[in-house]
Each structure stands twice: as structure tokens, then as C-alpha cells.
Write a protein that binds this ligand. Structure first.
Ligand code: 5AD
Ligand code: SF4
Length: 473
């Protein structure tokens, strides 16, 4: 069935024509042109970079990690917090030198920061070495935008975000061979008051289930063993599609695909996660026993100000429901410390929630004021120093919980999927348990891509360490 948000095939074909044109030009050159891609932010951004990489490969580009050798540099940015933005600006500034050495170099600025009016103005005025800037929703027109940049005089800015569409049929070139990111939806309609994403990635829209299942099948056929379904709020998958479907059915459909692989997903929003999802996970043997369920705050007043749509108690109940159906489920979360006006007592509510839930791991963020968001206008009377003290208290508490949880693995044999190599000579492999905990593993590279038993020997608060048992297969 046709998805009404989908871009017509002839429009995609136009982009393909342009890719062929650029390929001819690339092939006519003495040396293969080289691209350098620098990606910031979340997995959605990593997935977008894989598309950019796929399109560049089809246009005849090779890849390099040397900025000075690159004919094109693509900076795929993240706007979620100010420190991410500062890092991007630091690196963009440094590209003045690479371009000075290689004046033909094309510099591309894309990703979420390319949809923020203040940033667009700053790049236009103060970073004149940036040749092309485009927002996440214009990604599917990258060939056309690049062609214009290479052939027209002047810089190209395609920064509107009203283009809330879905493009099927464009290539992707993935970096890994074991783990794959598979976007199932784009954009966000939740408008959490602190968050910039609804303003950078536009309205929520879902891909057709058939397109997702076909892509999952192709990935599994290519040998991928760990598939992460991506969306800002995967629980609202299917809203707006002409056929009636939802995330729980999608998990079941993917679970039906033959082969040994794991289904992961992120991110779930607690307001929409419920018994139907947990049951679908419990009934699907390929669904990893892990849920990342950001709670953000433990105070009901702050949750309301954040526009999260659930209370402290409701969150705790959902976790209990998930654990009842899947006693071994790994639960991870995100939390923000220092939301404007958060009192000491309200911060203690967050600690109370952490104490109650006993998360396996957590990503902890200091609130960062984002331009254009409702929270930007809230009064804040808590000092930065006080926020830092709270941040560290929370971190200490969670680290102790994570370490306790990890200690329970020691001496046990657990099934892991070896997904990558590492730089550590003593533990040259990286693996993940079914629940997604990182395991540094000894063993040889031929084990990459295999499910095997590992004996856990020690741990810290963030990871496990173990020995591979290949004979246990
Ligand atoms: N400040 C701090 N953290 C934020 N996050 C999102 N927006 C902000 C912000 N303005 C965090 C949330 C989200 C994670 C991806 O980033 O915890 O779940
Ligand atoms: Fe991803 Fe959000 Fe950063 Fe955009 S702003 S790259 S959606 S984390």
C-alpha cells in the first residue's frame, strides 16, 4: 500500500539521474574524488550519514579520514545540546585551513544544526567557507544540492524544514557488518518543552511496513545480526499511515523473518509504551530483552513542565509491567538534571525514582537551553554550580547501581553477539549481551558476527569483561 508521505518515484529518479551525471564527472577525473564525513549526535544522524555515504559512493566518491586529502567534507551536525554545537563550530572553524590548502574543497554543513535559524545566520555570515548547508528533511535531494554547489556560482542554502516527507529507494552505505540502523519513522510530534528536535526534523511520519520489512530482510541476507529500529518515538509508529498498523505489529512482522538475529529499537516514549508493546516483545524471541525508556525527571511538576505526558508513578508502574512480562529485561534511560526552576526537593524525586527502578544504565544530561523551545523562556534560579553538584550526586548513585548489576554477571556464562573489534590489545573484540550490555572480549577477529557464550570475568560500571567460549556453540 502506498504511503502518502512518500516522495513520488519520478522525483527519486531525478536524483538518480543527477547521481549518474556526477559519477561521469568523477570518472573523468584523474584520481577518484574523496569524501570525509564527520557525524555528531544520535543514531538517526549516523543513519543519515550512511545515506550520504551511499549517495556519494554512487557518485564515484571514495572515502578518507584525512581532511586535507578530501575533495568534499560533510559535517553532519547535532543541535540537541549546546556543547555538541560548540564542538561542531570548533571543527568547522578548523576547516578554513584545509580549504586554504585545497581551494577546490567543498564543505557541506548538514544535520539538525542546519535547521536552526540562529545557526543558519551564523554560518551564512561568519563561516563563508561552508559551500552547502541543508536541513535533515532535504537529505534526499543531496545529489541535486551537491550538483548545484559544484556547478553554480555562490553558496547553496536549503534549510527549510517544512519538507516532512519520506524518500524510499535511495542508497545507503553502512559502516558496520553486524549491527545495522534501520529508520522506521522520521520527525517528532511530542514537543517536549526542552527539545529542539521537532523544530529540526519536522513532523512525525512513518515508513510503510512493507518497505521496512523488505529492508530488514535484505540486511539479514547481507549478514547483519543486530538490527536497531530507529525513530524519535517508535511507540507511535504507524500513526498517519493509510493502513492500520502499530509498533507492536511491526516487531512481530520482523520477528517472522528467518535467520538468527536480534531486533532492537530506540527510542521509546513512556507515554506511549504499554502492555501491547511489552507483550509483543515477550512473544518475539528475536526481540532483544532491552528497553531504553527515557524518564527525564522524577518530579510530577517538572514532568508536566517538560510536557512529557506521564507521572512519576505511571512511569514506575510501566517498568513493573515490563518486568512482570520479561523478568530478565534490561532497562536503560535518559535523565536531565537542572531543568529550569527544578528545586532541591524535585531533584530528590528524580533520585527516588532511580532508587526505585534500579536501571541497568543511564545517560545523564545537564539541561541545555535550546533556541526556539518553550523551556527557553522559563525562569531559572538554580546556579550552574548547584546543578553540577546534583549531576555528580546522581551519577555516583547510578554508577553504584550499574556496578552492582554488572557484578552479578561475574562467573556466569552469557550469550553475546560479537559485533566489532576494539583498540584494546587484551580485549580485541566488542560484544553485546542480548540485553545490550557491552562486553569487552578476548578472542580472534573471525568471531565477529557470531553469537557465542562468554564467561564474564570482571566488570566496571559501564561494561563487562569476558572470555569467549567458541566450543560452547
Ligand atoms: N538539554 C539536555 N538534555 C537534553 N536532551 C534532549 N534535549 C535536551 C536539552 N535541551 C536529552 C534527553 C533525551 C536525550 C537524547 O537528550 O534526555 O532523551
Ligand atoms: Fe539526533 Fe536530536 Fe541531535 Fe538531531 S538534535 S542529531 S535528532 S540527537
Amino acid at each position: 500500500m502506498k504511503n502518502k508521505a512518500e516522495i513520488p518515484a519520478n522525483e527519486i529518479e531525478k536524483q538518480r539521474d543527477i547521481m549518474r551525471k556526477i559519477l561521469e564527472a568523477s570518472q573523468a577525473r584523474q584520481a577518484k574524488p574523496l569524501a570525509y564525513i564527520d557525524t555528531y549526535g544520535c543514531q538517526q544522524n549516523v543513519s543519515d550519514s550512511e545515506k550520504i555515504q551511499g549517495m556519494l559512493a554512487e557518485m564515484g566518491y571514495g572515502f578518507t579520514t584525512d581532511e586535507f586529502a578530501a575533495d568534499i567534507i560533510v559535517i553532519n551536525t547535532c543541535a540537541i545540546r549546546e556543547n555538541a554545537e560548540n564542538r561542531v563550530f570548533g571543527n568547522i572553524g578548523a576547516l578554513v585551513h584545509t580549504k586554504k590548502k585545497k581551494p577546490t574543497q567543498t564543505i557541506v554543513f548538514c544535520g539538525c544544526m542546519a535547521a536552526v535559524p540562529e545557526t543558519i545566520e551564523k554560518v551564512r555570515e561568519s563561516h563563508k567557507h561552508v559551500d552547502l548547508m541543508f536541513s535533515p528533511n532535504a537529505l534526499w535531494r543531496f545529489p541535486e544540492l551537491l550538483h548545484r554547489t559544484l556547478t553554480e556560482k555562490g553558496r547553496v542554502f536549503e534549510t527549510a524544514i517544512d519538507d516532512s516527507a519520506i524518500a524510499e529507494g535511495l542508497p545507503a552505505k553502512r559502516d558496520g557488518t553486524v549491527k545495522a540502523w534501520l529508520p522506521i519513522m522520521y520527525g517528532c510530534d511530542n514537543y517536549c518543552s526542552y527539545c529542539i528536535v521537532p523544530y529540526t526534523r519536522g513532523r512525525e511520519r512513518s515508513r510503510a511496513p512493507q518497505a521496512i520489512v523488505e529492508e530488514a530482510k535484505a540486511l539479514i541476507k547481507d549478514g547483519y545480526k543486530d538490527i536497531t529500529l530507529l525513530g524519535q518515538n517508535v511507540n507511535s509508529y504507524g500513526a498517519g499511515l493509510s493502513e492500520k498498523t502499530n509498533f507492536a505489529s511491526l516487531i512481530k512482522m520482523i520477528n517472522e523473518i528467518e535467520g538468527q538475529f536480534l531486533i532492537r529499537f530506540m527510542t521509546s516514549h513512556p507515554k506511549d509504551a504499554g502492555v501491547e508493546l511489552f507483550q509483543a516483545m515477550a512473544q518475539s524471541e528475536k526481540a532483544a530483552r532491552h528497553i531504553h525508556l527515557p524518564f527525564q525527571a522524577g518530579s510530577d511538576r517538572i514532568l508536566k513542565l517538560m510536557n512529557r505526558g506521564y507521572t512519576h508513578e505511571e512511569y514506575v508502574e510501566k517498568i513493573a509491567m515490563a518486568r512482570k512480562l520479561m523478568p530478565d529485561i534490561i532497562i536503560t534511560s535518559d535523565v536531565i538534571v537542572g531543568f529550569p526552576g527544578e528545586t532541591q526537593a524535585e531533584f530528590e524525586d528524580t533520585l527516588r525514582l532511580i532508587e526505585k527502578v534500579q536501571f541497568d544504565a543511564m545517560f545523564t544530561f545537564l539541561y541545555s537551553k535550546r533556541p526556539g523551545t518553550p523551556a527557553e523562556k522559563l525562569e531559572d534560579n538554580v546556579t550552574r554550580a548547584e546543578k553540577q553538584v546534583r549531576f555528580e550526586r546522581l551519577l555516583d548513585m547510578q554508577n553504584a547501581i550499574s556496578e552492582e548489576k554488572h557484578k552479578k554477571y561475574i562467573g556466569k556464562s552469557v550469550q553475546v553477539l560479537v559485533d566489532d573489534r576494539s583498540h584494546d590489545e587484551r580485549y580485541p573484540l566488542r560484544a553485546r549481551t542480548n540485553g545490550g550490555r557491552l562486553v569487552h572480549l578476548n578472542g580472534t577477529e573471525d568471531l565477529i558476527g557470531r553469537f557465542l557464550q562468554a564467561e564474564i570475568t570482571h566488570c566496571n560500571s559501564w561494561a563487562l569483561y569476558g572470555e569467549a567460549h567458541t566450543n560452547a556453540l
